[in-house]
Design a protein around this ligand. Structure first.
Ligand code: IMP
Ligand code: MG
Length: 189
């Protein structure tokens, strides 16, 4: 059976699997220190955060509970509108919990800002954000991100959970998608 190797669609590797894991371990040490003696609930937004969360929780040396939500942005615009609908809500009651939202990437930050505001209404004890990657545009909506893996240039990247048209999430590193792959479309669409 023939198949095409998806890694050949990457024009530039930004981070190898080893670099991502090394940085994630550093972030885990910070999180362990900051949440010492507390119980943390790690909240992921589907689907991109699945990979970073599965690696992060196995790096943490304390009990890490996880929960997921799924959202969709309103509007046909290819840019994030910041107006969000919850498609799948969390199972957990957040009252009195220390919530850590873990994201794959923060681009405009609009979606994340909406999620933070929404979760704050549920009376958690605390709420912080951890993102593996952050783009410079993240300043559009100033969300307080306590833990950041890497700041990256404003290029469309895939791998480590990040997709283009639901593809490439399963690449172990992070790379710039060869623009030839989406020459007929907008990668954010
Ligand atoms: P925003 O921060 O509300 O603009 O939206 C962030 C979301 O856009 C992320 O959770 C990703 O799903 C997607 N996104 C932004 N930049 C990229 C990228 O470079 N590659 C893949 N997905 C991206
Ligand atoms: Mg996406």
């Amino acid at each position: 059976m023939e198949f095409s190797d998806i890694s050949t669609d990457i024009s530039e590797v930004l981070f190898t699997e080893e670099q991502l894991q090394a940085r994630l371990a550093e972030m885990a040490r910070e999180i362990e220190r900051d949440y010492a003696g507390k119980e943390v609930l790690i909240v992921g937004v589907l689907k991109g955060a699945v990979i970073v969360i599965s690696d992060l929780i196995r790096e943490l040396k304390f009990h890490a509970h996880i929960d997921f939500m799924a959202v969709s942005s309103y509007g046909a615009s290819t840019q994030s509108s910041g107006v969000v609908r919850i498609v799948k809500d969390l199972d957990a009651d957040l009252r009195g919990k220390h919530v850590l939202i873990v994201e794959d990437i923060i681009d405009s930050g609009l979606t994340l800002a909406w999620i933070v505001r929404n979760l704050e209404l549920r009376h958690p004890e605390s709420i912080e954000v951890c993102a593996m990657l952050r783009k410079p545009d993240a300043i559009v909506e100033d969300v307080r991100v306590k833990y950041v893996g890497f700041d990256i240039p404003n290029k469309f990247v895939v791998g480590y959970g990040l997709d283009y048209a639901e593809q490439y999430r399963n690449i172990r590193g992070v790379g710039v998608l060869d623009p030839a792959v989406y020459s007929d479309g907008d990668p954010h669409a």
